[in-house]
Design a protein around this ligand. Structure first.
Ligand code: ZN
Length: 83
């Protein structure tokens, strides 16, 4: 998708969002909550959307390297399976 080609319909009409909320935390529309704590506050990561305007397929990416490290430190890792 980030190479400009839709994996579902092979269209090259891919558009990317760069919308950032002025106040993070009042909605999870385009942010992912990483940690939530009443005492220490919450941490969120902004999500960038890639959308195929031919078929409507959407991919999402966290692009902030620090946020990826934080997610890796706090979220359980999925064990790869053979199936
Ligand atoms: Zn498509």
């Amino acid at each position: 998708m980030r190479n400009g080609r839709c994996p579902k319909c092979a269209s090259q009409r891919i558009h990317v969002s760069n919308v950032r909320l002025p106040l993070q935390g009042w909605t999870f529309f385009n942010v992912i909550p990483i940690t939530a704590s009443f005492w220490w506050g919450s941490s969120t990561a902004s999500v960038q959307h890639y959308i195929c305007v031919t078929c409507g397929y959407v991919e999402q990416y966290v692009t902030d390297a620090d946020k990826l490290l934080e997610i890796g430190a706090h979220w359980p890792q999925v064990t790869p399976s053979e199936t």
